[in-house]
Ligand binder design. Structure first.
Ligand code: ADP
Length: 597
């Protein structure tokens, strides 16, 4: 938000309580209007109006601000700037460019620093995609800018504007210079490459579609067992040391999304600093370029006031929607939404609202739901594509991490999240202790997208993909029951069939689910490879079952040589997948030798 000299000086501060300031003489302002507080011009947002009193959540430290100081009105809601220059940015919760502020003022943000989110001087090469005389409507591409090596940034007709292209330019422009003029019913409208959008209002689209394609991630436990759909929502709790960071990096690198928005609400200052240091180091495996060339980071460190945290998820999701509108598949990772909820709790407490569970405001559930509801697979406002077809589809997937105190899943934030998201990846520290990574529990996690995406998977991967998954899950569930028995009476009490089940379960866990994020090949498995791997294990299991009936000895089966090859399937490179197919023959040969002997 820009500070203008003509801002109306109106209110007068009557109370300062941490991030909350109460001002009088505020009639005429609206809920969620942005205001600037005191001569220091600290930015804030009106979150409660009672008569002529306004409660303002302030996004900067309020120390030293006193009663009697003025409040300036903007009469506008909190907005973000959208346009070229946004990719590779590192913003705080209210879209202040942290990397630039850092260069200018050093480590701690000085109060009242106001810098535009998008560079005003930089020139971008604008390539038009329409001609004079073309009729255009909201969302239509006017042209594009090659923003980074990985992202073409389409300049779209802003919502609410349609008409005839009166002028279209080509060349190098700053984000504020006019690149097109549109003749509308209400006169000529000049269009620059910058759009502004209020963060608390979802950006428009034509309709939401049922998420029916997979957001493949290359992570076997996710894609095969608990898949997320493009435009879907997922929640991952993150006990410390359980591999939350690794999972997020893996998703950012490998998920089938073109643009990544990472919203970090760190607890301790250094947690976020880690992210700020780590993310820029990550390499996009598909292009070899820095991952930042298709990433936007929103970072709240603990030395920023809670109110900025509250705003950050909206800032992030709005940026995500903007790229979705261009027709991209966007993935948002919010870490951790618990910190966001705590910010809500703090502000609500200061407002002296009636507290709900654990002191969280009664509207906690509604806020969480409205955040995840901004995810989706959508038919974009404009259907026009470069291909000339009328089918522009965009996807915004949201993956939220939660960090309940003590890992307690009955926590109100976890519960409210689970009511709205469709996938739950239960990261468990016991698995991490046993060095089973990713430490996603196969017994407690779930995905409600399997039915939605099954047609897609059948068509694009294999018809029995999810049948194999069901069978593998059954084996793992049976293992859990058998383990109980083994604990009570020992392994010798089990039948050969049961021992085979335990063996198969172990193979599924160790040879399939376990995936080393740091191994050059194992870090990513194509779905084709995943399918071949699980298929081979289930094939082994079924064959072994037959051979047990024919009199083979379970110990001999447990000691089969081919098991070694099965265990090494994960290291087979993508270009040599037929090596996995060959294993079946070896299973056949070795099994038949078991009864000949
Ligand atoms: P958290 O962020 O939950 O505290 P991390 O993501 O930093 O935990 O993971 C802790 C450690 O666990 C990592 O340093 C790494 O050694 C190990 N780890 C986690 N996930 C994997 C994985 N998929 N493959 C191999 N090692 C992993």
């Amino acid at each position: 938000m820009e500070i203008r000299d003509d801002m109306e000086k109106k209110g007068r501060i009557v109370k300062v309580a941490g991030p909350l300031v109460v001002a009088e003489n505020m009639t005429g302002s609206k809920m969620f209007d942005v205001v600037y507080v005191s001569e220091k011009r600290l930015m804030g947002e009106i979150i409660e109006l009672k008569g002529d009193l306004a409660s303002i959540q302030v996004y900067e430290e309020t120390g030293g601000i006193g009663v009697g100081e003025p409040v300036y009105l903007t009469r506008k809601p909190l907005t973000v700037e959208l346009g070229p220059g946004i990719i590779e940015s590192i913003y705080d919760g209210i879209q202040r460019p942290l990397n630039i502020i850092y260069e200018k003022v050093g480590d701690f943000i000085t109060r009242g620093v106001h810098l535009p989110a998008l560079d005003r001087e930089k020139k971008w090469e604008f390539e038009p995609l329409v001609q004079k005389g073309d009729i255009v409507a909201p969302g239509d591409y006017l042209g594009f800018v090659q923003e980074t090596t990985l992202i073409k940034h389409y300049i779209m007709v802003p919502p609410g504007i349609s008409g005839k292209v009166k002028d279209i330019r080509k060349g190098n422009f700053t984000v504020e210079e006019v690149v097109a003029v549109i003749e509308t019913q209400h006169g000529d409208t000049e269009i620059s490459m910058i759009q502004r959008w209020p963060v608390r209002t979802p950006r428009p689209y034509v309709e939401k579609l049922a998420p029916n394609t997979s957001l493949f991630t290359g992570q076997r436990v996710i894609d095969m067992f608990f898949p997320i759909a493009k435009g879907g929502t997922a929640c991952v709790p993150g006990p410390f040391g359980s591999g939350k960071t690794v999972i997020q990096h893996q998703l950012a690198k490998w998920a089938d999304a073109e643009v990544i928005v990472y919203i970090g609400c760190g607890e301790r200052g250094n947690e976020m600093t880690d992210v700020l240091l780590e993310f820029p180091e990550l390499v996009d495996p598909k292009s070899g370029e820095p991952l930042m060339k298709r990433t936007i980071l929103i970072a709240n460190t603990s030395n920023m006031p809670v109110a900025a945290r509250e705003a950050s998820v909206y800032t992030g999701v709005t940026i995500g929607e903007y790229f979705r509108d261009m027709g991209y598949s966007v993935a948002i990772m919010a870490d951790s939404t618990s910190r966001w909820a705590e910010a809500m709790r703090e502000i609500s407490g200061r407002l002296e609202e009636m507290p709900g569970e654990e002191g969280y405001p009664a509207y906690l559930g509604a806020r969480i739901a409205s955040f995840y509801e901004r995810a989706g697979l959508v038919k974009c406002l404009s259907g026009k594509n470069l291909s000339g077809q009328n089918d522009r589809i965009g996807a915004l997937s949201i993956i939220g991490a939660v960090s309940p105190p003590g890992g307690d899943l009955s926590d109100p934030v976890v519960q409210a999240t689970l009511r709205v998201v469709k996938v739950f990846w239960s990261l468990e520290d016991q698995l991490a202790y046993r060095r089973h990574f990713p430490a996603i529990s196969w017994l407690n996690s779930y995905s409600l997208y399997i039915e939605n995406i099954s047609e897609y998977v059948k068509k694009n991967v294999a018809t029995d993909y999810f049948d194999l998954q069901t069978e593998a899950m059954r084996i793992l569930e049976e293992e859990a029951e058998l383990e109980e028995i083994v604990r009570l009476v020992g392994i010798d009490a089990l039948s050969s069939q049961d021992r085979l089940t335990l063996l198969a379960a172990r193979m599924i866990r160790e040879d399939f689910l376990h995936q080393n994020a740091f191994h050059e090949v194992d870090t990513y498995s194509s779905v084709e490879k995943q399918y071949k791997m699980i298929n081979t294990i289930i094939y082994f299991y079924n064959k072994a079952r037959d051979y047990l009936q024919l009199g083979a000895d379970i110990k001999a089966i447990e000691n089969m040589k081919v098991r070694d090859r099965i265990a090494r399937m994960k290291y087979v490179p993508q270009s040599e997948l037929n090596r996995i197919d060959d294993i079946k023959k070896e299973i056949d040969t070795e099994m038949s030798s078991l009864i000949e002997e």
